[in-house]
Design a protein around this ligand. Structure first.
Ligand code: CXF
Length: 364
């Protein structure tokens, strides 16, 4: 079928909105008419030239929409179902079988390369050239995306798709890091370094979990104000000379939990310094700096853990987040600003500059 997609032809180029050809769904595959798709910082990776992503390609990995067609053998969703698209996983490796698909053996080839793993093109452009369109098993900066039964998650029809789209990656990452990995108990403390979309989701999840000290650290005053609205009890200007001291002062003894969403070495060091005894720091940034950690920094039971996609199983975790949203405990609407898909370059610039926390593109 013919679809319209925002195609990236050069890492440093603008997106071009093109009519391209999408194959019919094969066994286990699902075509989704995309109603909304979040822009996540990871969508900037194809521009960075650090991964072997072929050009042209279609990015986008926070799609949400309506199932248009299913391939042979697909039983859990049907045309007309409303779905959120998440990351892809194989379903067969030990991590997938154990319910940790974000640690799938095939995570990188299925999500981060964009080229089809079997080499067979799923999208071709007007000249018949293959367009890499398996980014996170979806490539959803388009009117339609080819996903798999495993990476679509059915949601209730009455949920607003433009708010649910970012659940597929960024919001799941932040909330999952808190709920699935750090697991704070009511009354405990947490600091979140970087309060963009992932950090905001971590703050909302910490508030929902009953943390009574929630410290947000960021360079943007507007984001710190938003963090206060989302449940932060303290905010710290990330440019201050004494960030760790301020975080430690929030409880008098440091925080039991910390999340770094920045991937910046100096920030990670500050986060580590901010921990109380027996504290844990979770690293979720897209890029992770090399860490030179003096052993003494981890004495007294401190730990550092790397987390991908909030260690979530999207099939159960995304519905959980929709229930929190319905109860007013996960107010996604405070983060989202919508743009027509044709304005993707503007949305990308606004996100990179920290002006918009979560741009959501509307292909329709
Ligand atoms: C990414 C973060 C970097 C590692 C792979 C998964 N998540 C979402 O964009």
């Amino acid at each position: 079928m013919q679809i319209s997609a925002a195609v990236l032809r050069r890492p440093d180029g603008a997106y071009s909105l093109e009519t391209v050809e999408l194959v019919d769904p094969g066994p286990g595959q699902v075509v989704v008419r995309i109603e909304a798709v979040g822009h996540c910082h990871t969508d900037l990776l194809p521009r960075a030239g650090v991964l072997p992503i072929p050009m042209p390609m279609i990015a986008g990995h926070e799609g949400a929409g309506v199932v248009a067609a299913v391939g042979p053998g697909v039983a859990s969703v049907a045309p007309g179902d409303h779905v959120v698209l998440s990351f892809a996983s194989c379903g067969a490796c030990a991590a997938c079988v154990a319910g940790h698909p974000a640690s799938c053996d095939l995570f990188a080839p299925l999500n981060l390369i964009a080229a089809p793993i079997d080499g067979v093109a799923t999208v071709t452009d007007a000249s018949g050239t293959a367009v890499a369109a398996r980014w996170f098993g979806q490539s959803s900066f388009a009117t339609h995306a080819l996903a798999t039964e495993r990476n679509v998650v059915k949601i209730d029809d009455d949920l607003p798709l433009e708010l649910m789209a970012p659940l597929g990656c960024g919001l799941q990452t932040g909330a999952g890091t808190v709920i699935n990995v750090l697991r704070p108990q009511p009354g405990e403390s947490i600091a979140v370094f970087g309060s963009g979309a992932v950090g905001s989701a971590a703050i909302m999840a910490a508030a929902a979990a009953g943390c009574t000290t929630i410290v947000a650290v960021d360079l943007h005053r507007r984001r710190l104000d938003l963090a206060l609205e989302l449940g932060a009890t303290h905010v710290v200007d990330g440019a201050a000379p004494d960030v760790a001291a301020q975080v430690i002062a929030s409880t008098g003894r440091g925080v039991l939990h910390a999340v770094d969403t920045t991937g910046v070495g100096s920030v990670v060091a500050t986060a580590l310094e901010s921990l109380s005894v027996r504290g844990t720091l979770a690293l979720v940034g897209v890029s992770q700096p090399d860490l030179l950690v003096p052993g003494s920094a981890l004495a007294m039971g401190k730990a550092v853990v790397g987390v991908i996609e909030g260690d979530a199983d999207p099939k159960t975790f995304i519905p959980l987040l929709t229930r929190l949203w319905r109860r007013g405990k996960f107010p996604i609407e405070k983060l989202v600003q919508t743009f027509p898909l044709a304005e993707i370059d503007t949305a990308e610039r606004a996100a990179a500059a920290g002006e918009v926390v979560k741009p959501v593109l509307l292909p329709g």
